[in-house]
Ligand binder design. Structure first.
Ligand code: ZN
Length: 299
């Protein structure tokens, strides 16, 4: 069983130019629940002046159905964001730290080590409030400013984060440069360092390696995979590149290989086609373009 975290409403939309209304976001989340997603990254609690697409996440959360079997994740970068997320009624806080100093300074004006400490505090704060907390290591497979990221550094960060007791630790290929060999080595090393805490992975298909990376990550011990409906999203450091690994392609790959995801692929495809209408153009899920196989009974 592979757990899929649907990230289109946050990581996907945040990197798209088309501004999407709260109503359409709520509909996207409702359709995600309908196709079987049980953990959904619904938005972030950051300064709306810096990230206009994420304005009104508080209002959005209030519009969502409350279900015991669905976890709404909010991205949180600092204590202020955590306070907002908790007040909004989010189920789980997702904290982020960055693997290199240059990227961390440009992104949040802090060192990589400071970003780890802050992320660990967010996880502790969320858990203390009775909510879920987890942390992502951004640029874990490569940095747009510093290039290669030493594996040992990422492992050490994961060890530090693990002390806070997160639900899981995610390794994110923020700029889409990871290769399967690198993913295999890093996931194994981190899984060994933080076990029994699960490893989650987050891949962008920027250079076409996203699906291969997701596959090998699971073989190496990751149990949770982020994906984005229709491959929504992009890469701020490669403006013409594709986005996150598409949910429909990830589900097809795993399900056809006998690994259950809990998602209904025909409904995922239907939701992706609906989302094309919202975004005003074709999306990037290959399986939504080509169709399911074998075709299901109703087709
Ligand atoms: Zn991402």
């Amino acid at each position: 069983m592979i757990e899929i975290v649907e990230v289109a409403p946050r990581d996907g939309l945040q990197n798209e130019k088309v501004l999407v209304s709260l109503e359409d976001k709520a509909e996207l989340i409702a359709r995600s629940i309908d196709f079987g997603a049980r953990r959904i990254e619904v938005g972030s609690f950051v300064n709306p002046k810096k990230v206009p697409q994420m304005a009104g996440t508080d209002e959005l959360v209030a519009m969502l159905p409350r279900r015991a079997d669905v976890t709404y994740i909010g991205l949180v970068m600092n204590q202020r964001g955590l306070d907002r997320a908790l007040a909004a009624g989010i189920d789980e806080a997702g904290a982020v730290c960055v693997a290199t100093d240059t990227f961390a300074m440009r992104n949040q004006g802090q060192t990589s080590a400071d970003s780890v400490a802050i992320a660990a505090d967010i996880v502790r704060g969320a858990i203390a409030a009775g909510k879920g907390g987890q942390a992502t290591i951004a640029a874990a497979f490569g940095c747009p400013f510093e290039g290669e990221v030493p594996q040992d550094r990422v492992v050490a960060m994961a060890r530090k984060l693990a002390e806070a007791g997160p639900r899981e630790i995610a390794l994110a290929d923020t700029i889409g440069v990871a290769s399967p060999g690198q993913v295999d080595a890093l996931v194994r090393a981190v899984a060994e360092a933080i076990g029994p805490i699960p490893v989650r992975v987050h891949f962008h298909n920027t250079r076409g390696s996203g699906l291969a990376n997701a596959w090998i990550a699971v073989a190496a011990g990751a149990s949770v995979v982020d994906s984005s409906l229709g491959g929504l999203g992009g890469c701020p450091f490669a403006p013409k590149a594709t986005g996150n690994v598409p949910t429909e392609d990830v589900v097809y790959m795993f399900e056809r290989s006998g690994l259950a995801t809990g998602l209904d692929l025909d409904r995922v495809i239907a939701a992706s086609q609906w989302l094309e209408g919202v975004m005003g153009g074709p999306l990037r899920g290959m399986v939504s373009i080509a169709g399911n196989f074998p075709a299901s009974a109703q087709n």
